[in-house]
Design a protein around this ligand. Structure first.
Ligand code: V47
Length: 376
């Protein structure tokens, strides 16, 4: 049974504490936990389940920082066999191959490649905007933005303005991993700290650019550290309102430094979705990322607090590199039928969660205007 004091708080719309989050994780009553999270999901999103039609562009896997969770599985050190970096022309060709008139978003991330100049990033955005003016460019994590600040020797605020001028629409949520000062160095040794990730996200939001957030779980972190991660995101969201959604990412150990660890279990995945929904009372959407969860479990997660299934990704390399087998793509019809079979209404959305009308004129410019961000 779930502690009735926590149930009462949720019913009254009161904020949960770290101790509440840990207690929820520790419950054996997974059905009760799911029902509680589902109440909140319904309150926030009715019976709508969102998805979008996107394409991933991973422009390079060369990465100077040596993260235990990614190096070898996806990333390669400069000069190491298996490394690739797309020239701008290759990026544009790749995008053109993947594009069709229904695509509303390019999700663009890559390693920290010291060989690329700052202009590569702005030229990449400008070139994509010119060729695909209706496609939203969701590009560069807080880790990449911090890196761009270092290579350009300019403050992140300057970097963000240059990226915005070049066509940046929003930022993906990667690189957050787990903020804990204990665990983070053990999985992402040379990556920016959790505090820096949050600081860059704050600057992104202050510049009027929305972003997503992630939490990587199922490695060496504790339950307290997971809930603490969620609470740090909630605190920033109180200040900026700039997070569109949280994506809990289940760690895939294969080919990584932690290849001896077991993969996450379905119970843990569902609890994580539910606790995230309950703790993050100020983030509208929780994404069940089917690439890490499998489409089947992501569908079940819709009953545990998730209201978004991400995109019809045809090719994704980062999690596939670590043994994720579900990354090869689902069609719109498959996603819609998964959602309907869960008793929900599928809504195709754009990156900022505006519904994309069936048969809408996709040649019209992507929506701009109100961002929902709090004034800086
Ligand atoms: O930051 C790395 C994670 C992230 C592994 O914003 C791993 O819409 C599992 O952030 N096993 C990249 N996960 C993916 C990401 C993302 C995905 C989908 C949508 C959005 C969005 C963002 O993948 C990395 C890291 O946290 N990751 N290695 C691994 N072995």
């Amino acid at each position: 049974m779930i502690d009735s004091a926590i149930v009462d708080k949720v019913q009254r719309g009161e904020r949960l504490t770290l101790a509440d989050g840990v207690a929820l994780y520790e419950t054996d009553d997974i059905h009760g936990l799911g029902r509680l999270a589902d109440t909140v999901r319904t309150r926030l999103n009715g019976d709508r389940v969102y998805f979008n039609v996107n394409r991933h562009i991973n422009y390079t896997n060369v990465c100077a920082i040596d993260c235990q969770l990614c190096q070898g599985a996806y990333a390669r050190k400069p000069g190491e066999p298996g490394g690739y970096t797309m020239s701008l022309e290759q990026v544009f060709q790749f995008a053109a191959q993947k594009y069709h008139s229904g695509v509303t978003e390019f999700h663009i991330v890559g390693g920290l490649n010291p060989a690329l100049p700052f202009a590569y990033y702005t030229d990449l955005l400008e070139g994509l905007r010119e060729r695909f003016p209706t496609v939203h460019l969701k590009a560069f994590t807080m880790v990449e933005i911090d890196f761009l600040s270092r290579i350009s020797k300019r403050p992140v605020e300057w970097v963000i303005e240059r990226l915005k001028d070049a066509g940046l629409g929003s930022c993906p949520g990667g690189g957050a991993e787990i903020f804990s000062e204990r665990a983070r160095p053990l999985i992402a040794g040379h990556k920016i700290s959790g505090a820096r990730w949050l600081e860059v996200a704050r600057a992104v939001h202050a510049a009027g650019v929305r972003s997503n957030a992630t939490m990587l779980y199922g490695h060496i972190e504790t339950i307290d550290e997971r809930v603490d991660h969620l609470i740090r995101l909630r605190t920033l969201q109180d200040a900026t309102g700039g997070f569109n959604c949280l994506i809990p990412l289940a760690f895939h150990p294969e080919n990584t430094f932690y290849s001896d660890l077991p993969p996450t279990t379905g119970t843990d995945d569902l609890k994580t979705i539910a606790v995230a929904r309950l703790i993050l009372d100020n983030v509208q959407h929780i994404k069940a990322y089917w690439v890490t969860l499998t489409p089947e479990l992501a569908q079940v997660a819709l009953g545990f607090g998730a209201d978004d299934l991400d995109g019809t990704i045809v090719e994704e390399r980062i999690i596939q590199g670590a043994g994720g087998e579900a990354g090869l793509g689902m069609t719109r019809a498959q996603i819609e039928s998964l959602i309907r079979a869960a008793g929900r209404t599928p809504i195709e959305r754009d990156t900022l969660y505006h519904p994309v009308a069936a048969g809408a004129d996709r040649a019209a410019p992507a929506p701009t205007g109100e961002t929902g961000l709090r004034p800086a």
